[in-house]
Structure formats: C-alpha cells, structure tokens
Design a protein around this ligand. Structure first.
Ligand code: PMP
Length: 459
C-alpha cells in the first residue's frame, strides 16, 4: 500500500492544510492506540479527521471544517445526527439513572417494537452489539440442533468474534485471523455465494450443519449483491434439512425496509441479528426469531424439556439509555416515512454520482439498494456505462475482491477536502436528514474530487 504521508500529492497537501488539529491529535493517539485508532475502518492515511460535533446530515471537525456525512455512524443512523426526538428521549432518561440493574418498562416497549416491525420475531433477547447478537444466534442454532458446523459466505461480515472473524476481506484479506483456534475454523464452512450448486449440495448432503448465516442482501449489505432467488433457495434447503437460517440484519434491519430485508423479500429466517439503527445511534443489539429456538435461553423451557439452558448475561443488555433511543428510533421507523426518505436520497445520490462519472468520462459506477450506496471503481478498467450499470447482472468476481482502484484512498481525502465524508469501502449511507441540496452538493464534491485526481495523474 502506498504510504500517502510520504507522497507529495497536492490532494494530501490540501487535506493537511485544512486539518492541522486532527494531525496533532493523531500524533498523540499513536502513543495510546495501535495505529492511533479504535476501529479498523477509521484508519485513514495520512491521518483521520477528528470530529467535534454532528447534527442532521452534517458533522464538523476540530478545525471547524463542515462535512456532509455519509459514514452514518457506521450505519447506526437513519435520522441523521442528533435528531431532536431521539435526543429528547435520551435526555429524558439520563436524569432518571443509566443503570437500575433491574427490569424496566423501556426494554419491554423496545422488544415489542421489534416484534411489531420484524416479521419473524416471536421472541427477542437484547445484547450490547451486533457482534454479540450474531454470536448468540450461532450459539442458539448449535444448541437447538445439537450440530456443530456453521456455513457462512465469503466476505459477509458478522462482527469480529472468533466464529466469523476469518474469511472476510474486512478483517484479514480473506485469510485466517491470528488467535482464532483451529478447532473453531474446522467447524465453519466458508462458502462462495456465487457457486449456487455447490452451496446447495453442501447443505443437502452435510449432516452436521447447525446454521447458515448471511447478510441477506449480500456482503456489506449489498456491496456484493445477492439475488432474492439465492436467499429463497437457502430458505428452502435449510428448512428441508432442519438447519437454522440466520439473517444478519445488523445493517439492513430498519434500513432496507422498516421490516428489513426479510420483509422486503418476504422470506422468513429462523433467527435475525439486529443492531445499529435498532438502538438509535447508541450501543445495542438483539437476536430475535422463533420462540422454540429462543426457548434455549428460557429457564422454564429448559427445566420442562430437560435440556441445559444457554447462560446469558451482559451488563449493558437493553440499558435504559440505549432502550430510550431505540424506542424513539423504532417508533420513527414504524410511524414516519424515515426509511422511505433515506432510500429516496440513496437513489438520488446514485443517479447524481453516475451522471458525474459519465460527464467526467470516469468508468466508475454507484450502485446499491435503498439507502446503501457503493462505488464500483473498476480497477481492471472494464468498459462500463455508469448510467446503465446493473450490479446484479455482473459476475461476483467483479466485486468479490479487495480490489478497488488505486486512486480510492486519494478519492476519500479529495472528498473530505471538498466537504464530504464517505466510508472506506468506498460506500455511502444516506439518512432521512439528507436533503436534495445535500445530494446536489455531494455531486459537485465528487466532480471536484475527480478533477483533483485527474490533475495529479491518479485517474
Ligand atoms: N453484522 C454486520 C452486517 C455489520 O455490518 C456489523 C458492523 N459493521 C456487525 C455485524 C457487527 O456489529 P457491531 O459493530 O455492533 O458489533
């Protein structure tokens, strides 16, 4: 990887001249955190921006620069930053205490909203994160079936815990992860979602498969798109074979539609992992699904049916602040057009960026579903028409690699220098707080960024 801090790129220079305070903070952070960051996706060369505050579709860094934000709290924001209704809910709760170490009414209302919105949710168990929600879903599936093996798919991301940490480009370039025991790896089948027949055959013939877990719209919630037919095939085969089908709807839940991918596609998984939007921008997760599977967390069911219950603790499960934000958030999802507005802005952004790519003669394309936008940066220089790019019709191999155009790190900096923040995939998430003016401004920023890239020969 090129070390951007060592180049004399004018884009890096422009970025540096706008962000001296971030540079200084990052120098100090290197003495505290490995690589100076607390989350791998926030690593940015030559250094990340430090954000001071955020509101609506905007955030401001410590040097006073304003950004239209498409990182979207790693996907946890559907209403933008500091939405007044969510703020009021959290402020109303904080004075009443942050941890009663007791059952409380908000957890009940939060769980009831999940049951109302997510079609397959018969029972709910809260966790503190999406990683934990998936961990519990996998454990429930193994306990319920008495089988050992987990099938999951190349590059589908389910958090950083041991059973799902390897074989995804997010964490390891697709290889092993140091510290994950071979015994765990031996019980996980990492399948290629592009090879439909091999997947079907493994599920039809494997006799020790407890569960299949997937991101139902494809890796990174659609960066590598999956067809509904593929997911329907998984449902059919897993049902026939008594295998637990787990949808990881940590990103797609409440975003792709109010009821997630399962509502949009009318396919019912056995278990669903939720997080992010679930807790309205605060920490929180949940596993929900079939009552007979979640019964493995139930004292009475275990005693009555003579099985050993799965123990489950978690100091911050459904903590009152997250529950307050979560209830307010899910009420907005259920009762307003927040999801629809965020999706409409997503479609507008895809179209606006694609017009810019076409105008500028750059063979890239923006694609995705609903409020999830991905950039295909075409590292192999294929001939494509940005205005007619159908990601679903492309071979998986086109997306299923770490490869993005070598200019992508510079693109990110050039967009920041033009007042727009995206995530490093490169991807953008829209929210209901983004306006049509934001979209127009973001198209202008992309045009300016591409011209900066061309000027320095990076494109
Ligand atoms: N599943 C998916 C699909 C995710 O995108 C993420 C987070 N990016 C996780 C699970 C893990 O969630 P958390 O970061 O809350 O542990």
């Amino acid at each position: 990887m090129t070390d951007l801090s060592l180049t004399n790129s004018p884009i890096v220079a422009a970025y540096r001249s706008r962000t001296p305070t971030s540079a200084k903070l990052f120098d100090d952070a290197l003495e505290v955190f490995p690589s100076g960051v607390v989350h791998d996706s926030r690593k940015l060369d030559p250094y990340p921006t430090y954000v001071e505050r955020a509101e609506g579709s905007r955030k401001w860094d410590v040097d006073g620069n304003e950004y239209i934000d498409y990182f979207g709290g790693h996907g946890s924001l559907l209403l933008g930053h500091a939405h007044p209704t969510l703020l009021a809910a959290v402020e109303g709760q904080i004075g009443r205490g942050t941890h009663p170490a007791a059952c409380h009414e908000l957890e009940l209302r939060w769980g009831q909203l999940i049951k109302r919105l997510i079609p397959s949710a018969e029972r709910v168990r809260f966790t503190a994160s999406g990683t934990e929600a998936n961990l519990m879903a996998i454990r429930l599936a193994r306990a319920f079936t008495g089988r050992a093996k987990l099938m999951r798919f190349n590059n589908h991301f389910h958090g950083w815990q041991d059973h799902v940490a390897f074989g995804t480009i997010h964490q390891s370039g697709g290889g092993d992860v140091p510290g994950v025991l071979q015994g765990i790896i031996d019980n996980v089948i990492v399948a290629d979602p592009g090879d439909v027949e091999a997947v079907r055959e493994t599920l039809e013939t494997g006799d020790d498969i407890a569960a299949v877990i997937l991101e139902p719209t494809g890796a990174s919630s659609g960066r590598v798109p999956l067809s509904r037919e593929f997911v329907a095939m998984l449902r059919e085969v897993t049902e026939a074979r008594g295998i637990v089908l787990i949808f990881d709807e940590v990103v797609t839940g409440f975003r792709i539609s109010p009821g997630g991918a399962q509502a949009l596609w009318d396919i019912s998984p056995d278990l669903t992992a939720l997080a992010k939007i679930l807790a309205g921008g605060l920490p929180g997760g949940a596993v929900c699904g079939r009552a007979d599977i979640l019964a493995h967390l139930d004292f009475t069911a275990a005693a009555d049916k003579g099985f050993q219950k799965i123990p489950h603790q978690g100091t911050f499960n459904a903590n009152p602040l997250s529950a307050a934000a979560g209830v307010a958030m899910l009420e907005q999802v259920a009762e307003t057009d927040a999801c629809e507005t965020a999706s409409a802005r997503g479609e507008q952004l895809r179209q606006a960026w694609n017009r810019v790519f076409a105008d500028e003669g750059v063979p890239w394309a923006a694609y995705g579903m609903a409020s999830c936008i991905y950039l295909f940066t075409n590292p192999d220089g294929l001939e494509i028409d940005p205005l007619n790019f159908d990601a679903a019709a492309q071979p998986f191999s086109l997306f299923d690699k770490t490869g993005a155009h070598r200019a992508v790190p510079l693109l990110h900096l050039a967009l920041l220098a033009n007042g727009v923040d995206i995530s490093s995939k490169p991807a953008a998430l829209t929210s209901a707080a983004h306006t049509e003016d934001d979209i127009a401004g973001t198209a202008d920023a992309m045009r300016a960024a591409l011209r900066m890239l061309k000027d320095e020969g990076a494109l």
